[in-house]
Write a protein that binds this ligand. Structure first.
Ligand SMILES: *Cc1c(COP(=O)(O)O)cnc(C)c1O
Length: 497
């Protein structure tokens, strides 16, 4: 592509992106594509000859965009709403242009050193002590895997060389609450500990790990010859954003000599807001912590920040330098390939740095506080409604609730009533999502199907939250078919007999 061509396509593309990021009614937020529909429009065989970029872009608009669910849409309230903010998108453009591969310090000194600086800034914003060294991974799942690999390195003799299999070792245990993220299960599976090694600790009425139950579980395991390897505390659980009592958990870990990892993937950002800074209480005593700027800090996916007091253990687990990667400056610099499985790594620090500089701490704080205000506002509407009820506290930006029509308001809490409410709420969710104006997701709380509204996108305003509430009320008021199929396509449509 000639520089002139690149300039023309680049300008067109930036114009398109600027419109895309400012028009919230142009596309349905949840894709209406049916399975296989996108694939069927694309050739099976690779192209023999090249095509001009105009043709590629035309296909993107015509074929691919209908198959996009718009995470960068202000009506996105599903899972955890995220933001590819404009400064972050521009930084991604530079990252792509430079195509830096930051495995070694010398393969781009700026990438390694900017990562240290940007993570140092974020560490201070989180209120973590300077003893924490940071490294960027793609996702929290990968960060937690590295944390538990480091804990395994610290607890199991010679594991790096000899592995776990075929050795006469006591079984290891990892502890996390019943509400912990599935990435912790995947980490113990990947590390060869087996999913059985993960012991789920019960939670209290507000979905927080019970430290006394943790203490009992560790004592029980010790009495049965098992080795406690690590405890994972969650700051902002995925279902309800509950916050485990980290200070008490840290006490248990300190007295037991067990690695404490904190999964603050979502809620770490709340540390920037004075009213919710308490979410990080006790986290400075952890051995490791992960938080995701790609979740609630307006940084384009993907960028996960991992902090560790004992990065030497991460390096002990992963550092390995073949001759062709050795460098004369090795003793004086950090080589980021030493702190993980991955050799090659993107220049992700550039987008975090751009986002932190563009908004500044006060800009970030203002937006986070507004998202929490909107969540509380919505929770207030739910609480005041006769048609809906709330199913969990709202400590941050997520509201869990369900429709409960007036004729069931005083119905006894029987499984039959719960099942009717589950069906009703599944239909409400389908109806609201079919509108194309908003997208919500669900969870299960104490066995009940719960609707879940997560406020976190940078362009979401009170207008969008109010519209979601309107659509929910309309959907809950629609007459429901008597024999609705589970997961059916919405109210008014008959299910199979
Ligand atoms: C989102 C989330 C994760 C997973 O994050 P990825 O970056 O997608 O791996 C893990 N734990 C918690 C608590 C989360 O909210």
């Amino acid at each position: 592509m000639t520089p002139e061509e690149f300039r023309r396509h680049g300008h067109d593309l930036v114009d398109w992106i600027a419109s895309y990021l400012s028009q919230d009614d142009r596309y349905p937020v949840l894709s209406r594509s049916r399975p296989g529909e996108i694939r069927a429009q694309l050739p099976v065989a690779p192209p023999q000859s090249g095509a001009p970029f105009d043709a590629i872009f035309a296909d993107f608009e015509r074929i691919l965009l209908p198959g996009i669910t718009h995470w960068n849409h202000p009506g996105f309230f599903a899972y955890f709403a995220i933001s590819g903010s404009a400064p972050g998108v521009l930084a991604e453009l530079l990252i792509g242009a430079l195509n830096v591969q930051a495995m070694l310090w010398r393969t781009s000194p700026a990438a390694t050193e900017l990562e240290e600086v940007a993570l140092g800034w974020l560490r201070q914003l989180l209120g973590l002590p300077a003893a924490f060294e940071g490294v960027i991974y793609d996702t929290a799942s990968v960060a937690s895997l590295h944390a538990l690999a480091a804990a395994r390195e610290a607890a199991v003799p010679d594991v790096r060389r000899a592995g776990l299999a075929g050795r006469d070792l006591p079984p290891c245990r990892v502890y996390a609450s019943e509400q912990a993220h599935s990435s912790i299960d995947k980490a113990v599976m990947t590390l060869g500990l087996g999913q059985r090694a993960l012991r789920h600790i019960e939670v209290d009425g507000r979905f927080r790990m019970r430290p006394a139950a943790l203490q009992d579980a560790i004592a029980d395991d010790r009495a049965n010859g098992r080795t406690p390897l690590a405890v994972v505390a969650t700051v902002g659980t995925t279902s309800t954003t509950s916050v485990d009592p980290v200070p008490e958990i840290a006490d248990v870990c300190a007295s037991e000599g067990v690695w404490l990892h904190v999964d603050a993937a979502y809620a770490g950002a709340a540390a920037l807001v004075p009213e919710t800074a308490g979410v990080m209480d006790g986290c400075g005593r952890a051995d490791s912590l992960v938080t995701n700027p790609h979740k609630w800090l307006y940084t384009p996916f993907d960028l996960s920040a991992f902090y560790c007091r004992r990065m030497d253990m991460v390096r002990a687990a992963f550092a390995l330098t073949p001759d062709y990667l050795s460098t004369p400056e090795a003793g004086q610099v950090r080589n980021l390939m030493d702190t993980g499985v991955q050799l090659g790594r993107r220049f992700r620090a550039l987008k975090l740095w751009a986002v932190l500089r563009y908004f500044g701490a006060s800009g970030l704080q203002k937006r986070l506080a507004e998202h929490m205000r909107l969540a509380r506002l919505f929770a207030g509407w739910v609480d005041a409604s006769e048609q809906f009820e709330r199913l969990a506290p709202v400590p941050l930006g997520v509201v869990c609730f369900r429709a409960r029509p007036a004729h069931l308001a005083d119905a006894p809490e029987t499984p039959a009533v719960d099942e009717r409410l589950d069906l009703l709420n599944e239909q409400v969710l389908e109806t609201v999502n079919a509108s194309g104006e908003v997208f919500l997701s669900h969870t299960r709380i104490a066995g009940r199907f719960a609707l879940r509204l997560a406020v976190g996108h940078i362009r979401t305003t009170e207008r969008h939250v109010a519209r979601a509430w309107e659509l929910l009320q309309e959907a809950a008021a629609l007459p429901k078919p008597r024999t609705a199929r589970r997961g059916g396509r919405g109210a008014g449509q008959r299910g199979p007999r």
